[in-house]
Design a protein around this ligand. Structure first.
Ligand code: SF4
Ligand code: SF4
Length: 73
């Protein structure tokens, strides 16, 4: 059942170029590897300081559930 039947609001801020899939589990792996420390993982949100992102994609590569994706368009 999961989450005891409760619904959680996800608040995700990301760049125009990056998206976060709904199955993100907020494990913090991506935040831990960002060389610029731009990702802040909270209990039910993933906040991202997009101004300084160099789009190295390290965060995408380390996500264990492939929840980060670069937008092509
Ligand atoms: S590593 Fe993946 S699952 Fe973990 S917080 Fe980042 S995007 Fe979410
Ligand atoms: S792409 Fe690189 S600089 Fe941008 S948030 Fe991910 S790890 Fe940080």
């Amino acid at each position: 059942m999961g989450f005891n039947g409760q619904f959680f609001l996800k608040i995700i801020e990301w760049t125009d170029n990056m998206i976060v899939k709904e199955w993100c589990m907020y494990c913090g792996e991506c935040a831990g590897v960002c060389p610029r420390n731009l990702i802040e993982v909270r209990e039910i949100s993933l906040n991202f300081n997009e101004k300084n992102c160099k789009e190295c994609e390290i965060c995408i590569q380390v996500c264990p559930v492939k929840a980060l994706e670069k937008r092509d368009d």
